[in-house]
Design a protein around this ligand. Structure first.
Ligand code: IMP
Length: 461
């Protein structure tokens, strides 16, 4: 029997709750595989009474019969990965024999992080060195100094790779390392620590192909989402990898593809800079969130705000803050306040079409009931765009145009708080809301998240 693969991606700007959807469907698969990004991802999973925030490890950890794979499209920070493995072990989960990492993953080295902290500041990156590491992969070598250093290299030929790292520091990035002693020490530490990953290394590029031939089912787990794709996102406010569904097929032939699963959040969010057409309180919200970027305690500060006053304010910016507080929309790792926006059905339809999404999961649908506490006419959805007074049916590529797009809002009647996990038990207004989203996107909604727990998921068939 031939195996197959499905691809799950986020369709907005990240943080849609991909991890919790993967956790709820992982039992249907033999392998969960990452294909892009690195520790910039933060996938939160709550199961077995525990909460884990994953960065590089695929979200199937709680399903002990699944194999986990980190593919060659990813970038890896050795020390962060070891920390993550340690946390997972402390949660009682043993990944020995379960985790496989492609030997072609590119290493994120300390100079990539130092560079990202400088170059990525204006973009609002996660400062994980992602962009500089992918850039070094693309540069390949710089005046005979190897810049694309693979995990396979550091494990198979540690002494030679240590020399490569030292050369990069001496000749390209000396300013980040005070002394020769610092350089030697850093290279030695990384090379030694990397050896702890030896047991997970997968040197066979046919690893996934062979298991698929044996009839296994693979789920590819996208990170960072379609709105942040290096090509299709709001360039330059994007990540550095390809996040769309087709990018999953780097380590497996495309012939194995069965279906694409998209995840979107009912009230949208975005962290970092960049255009966000449906943002509540547009420029004011972006400026406010960026000013609070480095402050780890925004959540605590906002908890003391007068929620009723914000909810009933005529100002969309205030309503956005209230929805952030109610939805607990703060970065899983960085604690950054997430910018909040209405569900943009124009963008969602475009992303569903671009990725040919077969099944859609809508997370945090319960939060839409919060709009009944506002003075708005109902639940707002962006259903059309215009630019310079003319209708526009797509999101523009040119940043200046993107920033000038006018969203047009349609209001759906308010819904009651959702108390049942059975679709049939939902009141007609809530069922109608689901149908409206399906009509606009042309995509079947397969499930809806109504809370972080595994069982807080409504499936439609
Ligand atoms: P980078 O991926 O760290 O280079 O960051 C580039 C942009 O992608 C920034 O706006 C980040 O906030 C955003 N980003 C990266 N990873 C995630 C994620 O997992 N969730 C949400 N946004 C992300």
């Amino acid at each position: 029997m031939k195996g197959y693969s499905d691809v799950l991606i986020g369709l907005q700007y990240g943080d849609e709750g991909k991890g919790r959807i993967i956790d709820s469907i992982a039992h249907k698969y033999d392998i969960i595989a990452r294909f892009n990004g690195g520790p910039n991802a933060g996938h939160t999973i709550e199961a077995e009474g525990k909460k884990i925030v994953l960065h590089s490890i695929p979200s199937g950890v709680f399903h002990r019969n699944t194999t986990l794979y980190i593919g060659s499209g990813c970038v890896v920070n050795v020390e962060k990965l070891l920390e993550e493995l340690h946390l997972i072990k402390n949660a009682g989960i043993n990944l020995e024999g379960r985790l496989h990492i492609s030997d072609r993953t590119t290493l994120i080295l300390p100079h990539h992080i130092a560079l990202d902290k400088i170059l990525g500041k204006k973009l609002g990156t996660t400062s994980n060195g992602i962009g500089p590491a992918y850039a070094d992969r693309a540069i390949r070598s710089h005046e005979n100094i190897l810049t694309n250093i693979h995990l396979g290299n550091i494990i198979a030929t540690p002494e030679k790779t240590k020399k490569d790292i030292i050369q990069n520091y001496r000749e390209r990035f000396e300013k980040f390392f005070g002394t020769e002693q610092d350089i030697q020490h850093t290279a030695e530490r990384i090379t030694t620590n990397a050896q702890q990953l030896k047991q997970y290394l997968s040197p066979d590029r046919l690893f996934l192909t062979q298991v698929a031939q044996l009839g296994k089912k693979i789920l590819f787990e996208g990170a960072q989402s379609a709105g942040l794709d290096v090509n299709h996102g709001t360039v330059p406010y994007v990540t550095s990898s390809h996040t769309c569904a087709s990018a999953a097929y780097t380590d497996l032939p495309v012939n194995y593809h069965r279906k694409t699963i998209g995840v979107a959040k009912a009230i949208m969010s975005r962290v970092g800079n960049g255009p966000f057409i449906s943002e509540l309180g547009r420029e004011s919200s972006e400026t406010y969130c960026m000013e609070n970027e480095g402050k780890k305690h925004t959540r605590e500060v906002e908890q003391h705000y007068d929620l009723e006053k914000l909810l009933t304010s005529p100002n969309h910016f205030d309503i956005g803050i209230a929805l952030r507080i109610l939805g607990n929309e703060y970065g899983a790792t960085t604690k950054r306040p997430r910018r909040i926006g209405m569900l943009d059905l124009v963008q969602l339809k475009e992303m569903c079409q671009l990725n040919k999404v077969d099944e859609l999961y809508l997370t945090k649908i319960d939060r839409l009931a919060d709009f009944s506490r506002t003075t708005l006419q109902g639940i707002p959805f962006v259903t059309a765009y215009s630019l310079d007074g003319e209708p526009l049916h797509y999101t523009p590529t040119v940043l200046a145009d993107h920033l000038r797009v006018q969203p047009h809002t349609t209001y759906h009647p308010n819904i009651l708080p959702i108390t049942s996990t059975h679709y049939q038990d939902l009141p007609p207004t809530t069922q109608q809301l689901i149908k409206t989203i399906e009509e606009h996107t042309g995509c079947h909604i397969r499930g809806m998240g109504i809370g972080p727990q595994r069982e807080q998921l409504i499936t439609t068939y």
